[in-house]
Design a protein around this ligand. Structure first.
Ligand code: ZN
Length: 329
C-alpha cells in the first residue's frame, strides 16, 4: 500500500513535470513563430516609401508627419531640404503643401501664408516672393521695425525695417585725410584705394557726406519734413536710426563738376569697379520697391570685398543678399 502510494506520487509528479515541459516547449515555439514576422518600425516606414534618416526620434517624427497627411514623397523631401528650425514647425503645425518651397534656402515655414499671398498678389517667382516677404516688403515701410543687434558688423543691414539704436556711435571713426568727414577705420584703406584707382582713370571724386549721428539725421529728416510731405521725404531721406550714414560705412560722393551727384561716366566707372574695393551702390535704379528709396547714384556703402563682389556678380540688392546669404534659416 505504502509502495503503491509512493509510485502514484512519483507518477503524478512526473506527469505534472512532463506537462509543464510540454507547455514550455509549445509556448517557446509559439513565440518563436510569431516573433519572426514582427517588423521593425524602420521596415514599416521603408515599406511605405519613406527613406530612413538616421537621427533620434525619426520614426516618431515620420509617423507624426504621416498622421498630419504628408505623403512618403513629401516626407522624404522635408528631410532632404528643410532646416531643423522649419522641421520643428512642420511637426507642430497642420499640413501645408510645401512643394513650391523645397529648394528655397531662405524659406521660413512660419511665413508660408504670407509667401503665397504675396506671390499671387505681385505675380513673382516664389523664390523672389520668399526673399521679399522675409524682408517684410509685404508690409508697409517702417512697420514691424526691429532694432539692430550687430551694428558694428560691416555687413549690417540698415533699412526701413531695421533700425540702429539711437545711441549707437561706431567705435572706430576716423577722419578721411584732407577732409573733416568721418568714416569707420575698417573702411578707410579700401576707400582710399577706390579713390586712387578712380583718379588714375581720370575721375575726380569728392566725398561730401559720410558718418552722421542719430541726432543729426533726426534734424535733417525734420528739416525735409518742413519742405515736403512725409510720403515724399521718405523716398529720399531716412528716418533717424534708419540711415546707413549712422554706420560710418556709407559715403555720399560727387563729381567735382556736380554739387551732389556723379556724372554718367563716373557712375559707370563706379558700377564696374567699386566692388573691387568693397563698396556697393546701395540705392541703384529700379531698386525702390526693395530699398524704398529713389535712385541715389552718389551713395556708396562699404560691405567688404567678399560681399561686394558677390553682390556685383549676382545683381542682387544688398537687402536680398543679406537675406539669402547672411541670415540663417
Ligand atoms: Zn547717402
Amino acid at each position: 500500500m505504502k509502495l503503491k502510494r509512493s509510485w502514484a506520487i512519483f507518477f503524478s509528479i512526473t506527469g505534472v513535470l512532463i506537462l509543464i515541459m510540454l507547455i514550455a516547449l509549445i509556448s517557446v515555439n509559439f513565440f518563436k513563430q510569431t516573433e519572426a514576422p514582427v517588423k521593425t518600425e524602420r521596415e514599416i516606414l521603408e515599406e511605405k516609401g519613406i527613406i530612413y534618416v538616421d537621427k533620434e526620434n525619426f520614426t516618431t517624427e515620420a509617423n507624426t508627419l504621416l498622421d498630419k497627411g504628408y505623403s512618403a514623397t513629401e516626407i522624404n523631401q522635408i528631410y532632404e531640404y528643410m532646416s531643423d528650425r522649419n522641421l520643428d514647425l512642420i511637426l507642430l503645425e497642420d499640413y501645408k503643401d510645401l512643394s513650391a518651397f523645397y529648394e528655397i534656402s531662405n524659406f521660413d515655414f512660419s511665413k508660408i501664408d504670407r509667401y503665397l499671398a504675396y506671390q499671387s498678389l505681385e505675380n513673382l517667382e516664389m523664390s523672389d516672393a520668399v526673399t521679399r516677404v522675409n524682408l517684410n516688403l509685404d508690409k508697409p515701410f517702417y512697420s514691424e521695425v526691429e532694432e539692430i543687434t550687430d551694428p558694428e558688423s560691416i555687413t549690417v543691414l540698415v533699412n526701413k525695417y531695421h533700425a540702429l539704436p539711437s545711441d549707437y556711435v561706431p567705435s572706430d571713426l576716423v577722419t578721411i585725410p584732407g577732409t573733416s568727414l568721418q568714416i569707420r577705420q575698417v573702411a578707410l584703406d579700401d576707400y582710399q584705394n577706390l579713390i586712387a584707382a578712380a583718379t588714375l582713370d581720370g575721375l575726380n571724386l569728392i566725398p561730401y557726406s559720410t558718418y552722421r549721428s542719430y541726432d543729426y539725421q533726426d534734424s535733417l529728416y525734420n528739416y525735409y519734413l518742413g519742405r515736403d510731405p512725409q510720403s515724399e521725404v521718405d523716398t529720399y531721406s531716412a528716418r533717424p536710426g534708419h540711415s546707413e550714414h549712422q554706420t560710418g560705412l556709407a559715403i555720399d560722393i560727387r563729381s567735382s563738376v556736380l554739387s551732389d551727384s556723379l556724372t554718367d561716366a563716373d557712375y559707370e566707372w563706379m558700377q564696374n569697379n567699386s566692388y573691387k574695393y568693397g563698396f556697393i551702390i546701395r540705392y541703384p535704379k529700379d531698386g525702390s520697391t526693395i530699398t524704398g528709396y529713389m535712385e541715389e547714384p552718389w551713395h556708396i556703402r562699404y560691405v567688404g570685398v567678399e560681399a561686394a563682389t558677390k553682390i556685383h556678380e549676382s545683381g542682387l540688392h544688398f537687402d536680398e543678399y543679406y537675406d539669402l546669404y547672411l541670415k540663417t534659416y
